[in-house]
Design a protein around this ligand. Structure first.
Ligand SMILES: Cc1cc2nc3c(=O)[nH]c(=O)nc-3n(C[C@H](O)[C@H](O)[C@H](O)COP(=O)(O)OP(=O)(O)OC[C@H]3O[C@@H](n4cnc5c(N)ncnc54)[C@H](O)[C@@H]3O)c2cc1C
Length: 434
């Protein structure tokens, strides 16, 4: 099992030959070169804004080239929970954003001719227990009544048409969701962003960000001074798009984001017949557990992910996670017992304390963070719409800016997630108790 991102073997990722020089002055500097940063930069450049993307590693290095490629409707919390917390009107706006986000990915892929296999495969949410199935049944009526959105219940006896496994107690299908190859998508998005006129600077970790004092009262705004590992610059505005990799350069935001590891394995190529048996409709599949698994086919490989270890990746968590995920995969698909696992890799998710995604502006710094493993479509969409709001000066009207971005309870967090082992154990306990 190689410790390598399988997706990177399917495309030429943007590299570091011919590093773009750091410009001295820009209108907007974006920190982070994933879907959020690139989508925002593409939108701004199309409006003739001078924009630079500053990426610590290589463009697309973060979660955006490591994920499962599931391009999903909905949010991380259930829409029932969202209505309860935020009320019907805002919940409808937020859900509509999720539908628009999948449409936007589709539009970008078509308009920019990105060869990343995007298709509306639909997603399948599987019930691990009988009582999950009852909840899914209620979900079908709820989504139709509250959101006019049709999802379909799959009875246990019909499940074989959706998945070649006997372990689930039924499921729910949403045909609107899609799937793609995430690395091909981010590489294509980067090329489109550059074509639109944005500058993409790899190996440009931002180490310091400060707002220059106004020198005279009549001056309207202080510009931002930004220090990077290979040069400094000034910007009128800054957008933080650093997801699970948010660091000390933006400390106030780092304290609101919990970085959580997520891992994926990819099997060797399966014979057509076996691949078809595992997932006859090529769905994006995930289960109902807190400690969930998500999986799908790509090029006849089973791509199987989960929160095997809660800690962000290192050599130990990778080796361990590879084994755990293989066991989980065989639990779902015993027919893969003799199949070789070719790759294991990990990436970091960004969870806010309320598990919601947040956009907004703090001290003149714009941000879009907290995708909680639900960011392929949403990061693309929020990057674009936050960029539009930045131009119009109306970020407060953005649906995802209409609720507070919470700090840690009792302020007990400075960006170092000491509680992750407990959180991991807690999720396991919840799955067991429920
Ligand atoms: C294993 C895994 C599986 C996932 N599966 C799915 C899925 O199937 N469907 C789905 O919807 N979502 C999924 N997600 C989530 C999704 O990938 C993310 O929400 C999305 O990619 C976030 O994009 P982003 O641009 O905000 O962040 P990222 O792509 O993570 O980019 C952030 C970038 O910021 C850079 N950075 C950090 N600090 C600095 C600094 N100081 N200076 C400069 N650059 C900096 C980092 O190097 C990084 O490249 C998954 C995530 C992971 C990790």
């Amino acid at each position: 099992m190689q410790q390598r991102i399988y997706w990177h073997t399917t495309v030429q990722m943007p590299g570091v030959s011919n590093l773009t020089p750091i410009p001295a002055k820009v209108d907007v500097a974006i920190i982070g070169g994933g879907y959020t940063g690139l989508s925002a930069a593409r939108t701004l450049a199309k409006h003739n804004v001078k924009v630079v993307v500053l990426e610590a590693e290589t463009i697309g290095w973060g979660a955006s080239s490591r994920n499962g490629g599931m391009t999903l409707t909905g949010l991380k919390p259930t829409m029932q929970a969202v209505i309860k917390t935020y009320g019907r009107e805002l919940a409808k706006e937020l859900f509509q954003c999720s539908l628009d986000s999948v449409n936007l990915v589709e539009q970008i892929v078509q308009a920019e001719q990105i060869d990343c296999g995007f298709a509306r495969y639909g997603h399948l949410l599987t019930a691990n227990k009988r009582k999950h199935y009852d909840a899914l049944q209620a979900e079908v009526d709820f989504m139709a009544k509250e959101f006019n959105h049709n999802v379909r219940l799959v009875a246990p006896k019909d499940l074989r048409a959706e998945i070649g496994s006997n372990v689930y107690h039924g499921g729910l299908v949403d045909e609107v969701s899609g799937g793609l190859n995430p690395a091909q998508y981010v590489a294509g998005l980067a090329a489109a962003t550059e074509k639109a006129g944005a500058e993409l600077c790899a190996r440009a970790r931002v180490t310091k960000l400060e707002r220059r004092q106004k020198r005279r009262p009549e001056q309207v705004e202080g510009r931002f001074f930004i220090q990077t590992e290979r040069g400094n610059l000034e910007a009128e505005s800054v957008l933080v798009a650093t997801s699970g990799y948010t660091g000390a350069a933006t400390k106030q935001l780092q304290k609101k984001i919990i970085p959580i590891g997520s891992y994926i394995i990819a099997t060797e190529k399966l014979p057509d017949e076996l691949a078809h048996e595992l997932s006859p409709k090529n769905r994006m599949i995930f289960d109902y557990k807190h400690f969930l698994n998500y999986f799908r086919l790509w090029d006849n490989r089973m791509i199987f992910g989960g929160r095997a270890a809660f800690f962000p990746e290192n050599e130990n968590t990778l080796a361990q996670s590879g084994e755990i995920l293989r066991r989980e995969m065989l639990g779902v698909y015993p027919q893969l017992k003799d199949v070789k696992v070719d790759y294991v890799w990990g990436g970091t998710l960004d969870f806010a304390f309320d598990q919601m995604t947040h956009v907004g502006e703090e001290d003149g710094i714009f941000y879009s963070l907290g995708y909680a493993g639900h960011g392929v479509a949403m990061a693309t969409y929020l990057g674009a719409t936050v960029a539009e709001a930045l131009l119009k000066g109306n970020i407060k009207e953005h649906p995802f800016a209409k609720f507070a971005f919470p700090n840690a309870p009792l302020g007990l967090y400075n960006g170092n997630p000491w509680f992750l082992p407990f959180a991991g154990a807690w999720h396991k306990i919840l799955d067991w108790v429920e």
